[in-house]
Design a protein around this ligand. Structure first.
Ligand SMILES: [Zn+2]
Length: 234
């Protein structure tokens, strides 16, 4: 038995890790999870690894990874002109407002993975089929279940597209508050890393349950809360 550092020995016996690749911190105007909440999610094994994918920002994720280590994956939900694209395992913030192709190029230049959130959806700012077909060779992971996708989600289309193209698929919460965590995630058999995440997801499993309905309102509630808070500080 080799322990790399205190507390990591038990990993060696495990064959199941719960990973959520799409969550939002209190840094986003519509985000919500605090550092304390992320810490308790990991401490209580609600999740084993969690990506923080704030809108066009990586500051919160970078800071928390410094504190909590590899269990925090630095991500960003980047607004491209063609729809939102998530970069995972980033080291810095990727510029928004570029084409899908240029956004992907930047993510790969940073050594990150390209993850497509809520594909085909009309209500949210999502990549549509024609664009996805053009860039599919550069996509690492496609989201086939979104915890806040009840009614608006195109889960069947995403699943069909992912399977048809042999891409790694993930189920994620897209949580904007603590109530949204722990119902949608992916289960992989080894500690996920940048180098093995896609292949682990291909043989992994997905937990697909929608978050409680009231948690759907978290982004709007947070936006109002934050605008009051921010305006006080202007
Ligand atoms: Zn999101």
């Amino acid at each position: 038995l080799i322990c790399l550092s205190a507390g990591t020995c038990w990993y060696l016996f495990r064959t199941m890790f719960k990973v959520d690749l799409h969550t939002h911190s209190s840094l986003s105007r519509d985000g919500g999870l605090t550092k304390k909440q992320y810490k308790s999610i990991l401490d209580n094994a609600v999740l084993d690894f969690v990506a923080i994918t704030d809108h066009n920002e990586t500051k919160f994720a970078r800071e928390l990874q410094q504190e909590l280590g590899e269990k925090i994956i630095i991500g960003e939900e980047i607004r491209s002109v063609d729809g939102e694209i998530v970069g995972l395992y980033l080291t810095k913030t990727i510029q928004q407002g570029l084409s899908a192709e240029d956004t992907i190029l930047q993510i790969h230049n940073e050594g990150g993975l390209v993850y497509i959130p809520h594909p085909f959806e009309r209500g949210r700012y999502s990549l549509q089929e024609s664009k996805l077909k053009e860039i599919i060779g550069d996509v690492d992971i496609i989201e086939v279940f979104n915890g806040r996708g009840f009614l608006r989600g195109k889960q069947d289309d995403a699943l069909q597209f992912g399977e048809g193209n042999g891409i790694a698929m993930a189920s994620s919460s897209d949580a904007h508050c603590i109530q949204g965590i722990g119902t949608a995630f992916s289960i992989v058999s080894q500690i996920p890393k940048k180098s093995n995440l896609s292949s682990l997801l291909k043989k992994g499993r997905a937990q697909k349950k929608y978050a409680p309905f009231y948690s759907y309102f978290c982004p709007s509630v947070n936006r109002i809360k934050n605008s009051i808070f921010l305006s006080k500080n202007d």
